[in-house]
Design a protein around this ligand. Structure first.
Ligand code: ADP
Length: 272
């Protein structure tokens, strides 16, 4: 606790009193430590590709100056490093934007069906490149209160992770269930890949946490994807459930409150 003592003069001049302030610093300190950690991690993540870029620039200015094939090879690597930095900066910006909006409840009704199909279709080329088969199931409407861009990002991240780290089959599905506080929409992304060891699962949504940093970097990952998903779901009053068995695969579910149908939004009855 931080203790502050301050005198207060009584308005009628009848003497003075002392006021004692007690402030709980535990959570403030914890937040400050998290912020310092975050800045240190972000700087480290940016420094790695920067150091590599600088190394190649110096090589191109010196030993490789007249070596045309080496120049082309180095430029390709430099492009990959620059793209990695761009992705990292984009993810950092997305995360801070989402955190700023975390306490603003979303206002639009979004049907998760077409949005999910669109995001799955967008992953088909990456899946094909890796020999991963991807399917999408779920009939009907899946209305939730949400922000389309944030929900797109959530679905994109989960499907992309399943294609990159899971495979060879990725099954995406939507369903409705009865929850304790009303209807719920459940998005499931299931893969039959190598799975995740249990000790990693509770930490996956931490910023920059990766099971295998080298493999995530090689796949173009920033380690921020699931942190972005978690903060978006906080805003949408949703929850993320990750279950995995080593050697069998991973199942990730997003559970969101169903947006009850508004009478005015119902389609008019078909005339006979
Ligand atoms: P990244 O940018 O590295 O993809 P994420 O936050 O999206 O970061 O994911 C964190 C880590 O969780 C990944 O680096 C990966 O090790 C692991 N992971 C996520 N999804 C899966 C999956 N479906 N199968 C196996 N590992 C996964």
């Amino acid at each position: 606790f931080e203790v502050q003592i301050g005198p207060i003069a009584m308005p009628d001049g009848s003497g003075s009193s002392v006021v004692l302030f007690l402030r709980d610093l535990t959570s403030a300190r914890r937040l400050e430590a998290m912020r310092v950690d975050f800045v240190a991690n972000a700087s480290h993540e940016l420094r790695t590709p920067l150091a590599s870029l600088l190394g190649f620039i110096e090589t191109l200015q010196g030993p490789a100056r007249d070596d045309a094939p080496a120049r082309l090879r180095f430029l390709a690597i430099m492009r990959t490093q620059a793209l990695r930095m761009t992705r990292l900066v984009d993810d950092l910006l997305s995360l801070s934007r989402i955190e700023l909006r975390e306490h603003m409840p979303p206002t639009r009704t979004i049907d998760l069906g077409p949005l999910t199909r669109q995001m799955v279709d967008a992953q088909v080329p990456l899946a094909a490149e890796r020999g991963v088969t991807i399917t999408c199931a779920g009939e009907g409407r899946f209305p939730v209160l949400g922000e389309a861009d944030e929900l797109q990002r959530v679905v994109e991240n989960l499907v992309e992770n399943a294609v990159k780290y899971g495979g060879p089959t990725v099954a995406v599905s939507l369903a409705r269930q009865d929850g304790s506080h009303g209807g719920e929409i459940v998005l499931t992304v299931q893969d039959d890949g190598p799975g995740i060891a249990p000790e990693h699962i509770p930490r996956l949504t931490e910023r920059f946490y990766r099971v295998d940093t080298a493999s995530s970097r090689q796949q173009g990952g920033t380690g921020l994807g699931l942190a972005i998903v978690k903060h978006s779901l906080n805003r949408h009053r949703g929850r993320l459930v990750i279950e995995s068995t080593l050697g069998e695969g991973t199942r990730v579910r997003v559970v969101l409150p169903e947006r009850a149908a508004h009478p005015a939004a119902e389609p008019p009855p078909a005339s006979a």
